[in-house]
Ligand binder design. Structure first.
Ligand code: GMT
Length: 386
C-alpha cells in the first residue's frame, strides 16, 4: 500500500447529505488504512466510532454575553489548527463551503508553513443559496480560491459555482466527483420487508403502494408538494405515504395532511438511522425539491431499486435518468408529478422495470470504490505540490 495519510474531515453532523457524504468518505479512507480525524460539533449520524483509524474531535463554539452568537467559524478554525498540529494532518477536507472552507483557510493562516493541504467539497446551497448571498460571497469566494483543490458532486454545481461566484476554471479547477452510495446497505427488496410495512400501515400494506420521501424538511425540499402529490394520487386510488426525517417544515406538513383528511394514510417517522428496509419496500420516491445539486436521498432510493419522481432541477438529471430510472417533471407541475407517481402505483410491471434499471445504473455509475479512489487521487495530487 502507498503511504497512509492523516486526513482531517470537517462537516455538519446533521441528517443532511453533506454530512453523510463526508462521513462515508472518512469511513472508506479509514478502511483503506488512512488515519481519519472527524472535526464537527457532534458525532455525525452515520459515523461508526468503533471503526479502526477513526478519531472524533468535537468543536465547542463557546458562547459569551458580548457575542451576538457563538462564533462557530472561529471555534472550528481553532480546533482545525490544534488537530492539524497535534495529529500531523496531511490534508484537511472541508465539506460545505460555508464556513468550513473559510475555517480551513483561517487555520492555515494560523499554522503557516507545514499546514495541511485544504480540499473543499461544495455540496449545494453553500453555493446556490448561502454562498452566493452578498453577506457571505466575498469570504466564500476567497476560501474557494485559496483551497488546494475543489470538488463538486455534479456538473450543475460546478457550473453554478463559476457563475454565481464569478470564478473561472483557470482560477479554480473544480473536479466533479459524484456522490456515491453503499449498494449493499441500500439494496433492492428481497420480499422479507412486508412485515415492516404491515406494522406501520396494517394489513392493507400487502396490496397497497407506498410513496416515500426522505429529507431534512427544509423549505427547499418542498415537502408540502410531496403531500400535494400524495393527495392527488390518493384521490384516484388507495396509496400510503411514508415521510422520513425532520426539520422546520414538519408541523406545516402534518397540518396539510390533516387538512386533506389523509393523516391516517400517512406515517411520519422523524429522524431514523435505519430506514433502508422501508425504503426498498416502497413503490416510488418523491423528490419535488426547488433546487438540488445532486439528490443523495434519490440515489439511495435508486440503489434500493425504487424509481424516483422528482423535479427536473439542478443536478438531479445527472442522477435520475428521466423515463428510465424515474420521471423528472417541471417543479411547478404538481399534476405531472402526481400522474407519474400514479402510473408507478398502477403498473407493477413499469415499477419493476424502472426499479431494475435504477439499480443497474447505480452499480455502473455511483459505486463507492471508484469515487473514493478519486478523492484519494485528489489528496495525493495536492500533496505532491508540497
Ligand atoms: O446544500 C444543502 O442543502 C445541504 C446539503 C446537505 O447537507 O444536505 O445538501 C446538498 O448536498 C447533498 C450532498 O452532496 C446533495 O445530495 C444535495 O442535493 C444538496 N442539497 C441541495 O442542493 C439543496
Amino acid at each position: 500500500m502507498s503511504e497512509a495519510l492523516r486526513i482531517g474531515i470537517s462537516c455538519y453532523p446533521t441528517v443532511g447529505g453533506s454530512g453523510i457524504v463526508a462521513t462515508e468518505i472518512g469511513l472508506a479512507m479509514a478502511r483503506r488504512g488512512h488515519q481519519v480525524h472527524v472535526i464537527s460539533t457532534d458525532v455525525p449520524r452515520r459515523l461508526d466510532r468503533c471503526a479502526e483509524n477513526i478519531f472524533f474531535h468535537q468543536v465547542r463554539a463557546r458562547d459569551y454575553p458580548v457575542f451576538p452568537q457563538a462564533p462557530y467559524a472561529l471555534a472550528l478554525a481553532s480546533t482545525m489548527a490544534s488537530v492539524a498540529t497535534y495529529e500531523g494532518l496531511d490534508v484537511l477536507h472541508a465539506h460545505y463551503a460555508v464556513p468550513h472552507a473559510t475555517s480551513a483557510w483561517m487555520a492555515r493562516q494560523v499554522l503557516g508553513n507545514g499546514s495541511p493541504k485544504v480540499v473543499t467539497t461544495l455540496h449545494g446551497t453553500d453555493i446556490t443559496l448561502v454562498g452566493a448571498d452578498a453577506s457571505y460571497l466575498p469570504i466564500t469566494r476567497h476560501s474557494i480560491l485559496h483551497s488546494d483543490a475543489v470538488t463538486a458532486p455534479s456538473d450543475f454545481l460546478r457550473r453554478a459555482t463559476y457563475e454565481k461566484l464569478d470564478l473561472t476554471p483557470e482560477a479554480v479547477p473544480i473536479e466533479v466527483v459524484p456522490n456515491f452510495v453503499d449498494t449493499e446497505r441500500f439494496r433492492p427488496a428481497d420480499g422479507s420487508e412486508g412485515p415492516r410495512l404491515t406494522a406501520l400501515f396494517g394489513p392493507d400494506a400487502a396490496t397497497t403502494p407506498v410513496l416515500v420521501h426522505v429529507s431534512n424538511f427544509r423549505p427547499v425540499k418542498r415537502v408540502d408538494v410531496v403531500v400535494e402529490v400524495f393527495a392527488r394520487v390518493a384521490a384516484e386510488r388507495p396509496v400510503f405515504l411514508l415521510l422520513i426525517g425532520d426539520g422546520p417544515d414538519r408541523p406545516r406538513v402534518e397540518a396539510e395532511l390533516r387538512r386533506h383528511g389523509l393523516h391516517d394514510r400517512a406515517r411520519l417517522l422523524g429522524k431514523q438511522d435505519h430506514f433502508e428496509a422501508l425504503l426498498r419496500a416502497s413503490t416510488a420516491f418523491l423528490l419535488p425539491s426547488e433546487t438540488e445539486s445532486f439528490g443523495l436521498a434519490a440515489l439511495e432510493a435508486l440503489s434500493s431499486g425504487v424509481p424516483v419522481v422528482g423535479s427536473d432541477v439542478g443536478g438531479v438529471p445527472e442522477v435520475v435518468r428521466d423515463g428510465e430510472t424515474g420521471f423528472l417533471c417541471d417543479p411547478e407541475d404538481v399534476d405531472a408529478m402526481a400522474a407519474r407517481a400514479r402510473a408507478l402505483c398502477d403498473d407493477p410491471a413499469l415499477r419493476g422495470r424502472m426499479g431494475e434499471a435504477a439499480r443497474r445504473d447505480v452499480l455502473a455509475r455511483f459505486d463507492e470504490a471508484p469515487m473514493v479512489d478519486r478523492y484519494e487521487g485528489v489528496y495525493r495530487r495536492v500533496l505532491k505540490r508540497r
